[in-house]
Design a protein. Sequence first.
Length: 236
Amino acid sequence: MSQIRLYDLELDIPKQVWSPNTCKTRYALNVKGILYETEWVTFSTLQSIIPPITKTGVRPTVPIIVDLAHDNKVIQDSWDIAVYLDKTFPDTPSLFHGNIGVHQFFHEYVTSTAHVLVFQLCVLDIYSRCSSEVKSSFRQTREKILGMPLEQFAGDPAKTMKTLQKSLVSIKKVLDSHPFITGDKVGWADVSLASSLTPLSVFKPEMFKSLIDGNSLGQWWWRMRKYTSTDISPRL
């Protein structure tokens, strides 16, 4: 029986896992071995489905979880969910290994580097796969945040890839010596980076292949498949 209900975001392919933010929660649940079920929302249903569940007045976003094992408690935001899961399910593998500050630092680093760069590379693909009724609002809201047209933000993919590769140099050095970013055991830092790279693997597979081929990042990525596979059952 599922202990957690996860709300995830799908585009034009039903149940395709792609969103870096929801991946953080999905992969964290997989690391901890917590059984969960997925409720799928879209950009068009997000506004109507999420607010009645969260009941906070906070802007509706995913991921959110409903803790079916603890009075249907609702948690929103991937970081807050990770902290909650580690506290509430202490008998499962830890995400932070007693060093939550280090993991939070890495989380913030990846969010400001790889996460943004991958979004740059994939934003037009995401836009093209939005349904016709939400394309206009997707463009308007993102362009307001970015302060420029999506096409301008996307820029030159070759230059963006070079910047992404540079942002990963130090991480590769760690992975040259350790199986995971967190050392011998998988942790939140691994979850955070794997989630940020997931859209690239989905929307730009050839570009992603060039990023991980023949290096320690690629070896790490395949080790992470144990936790990032979308075929894990009965959790999906």
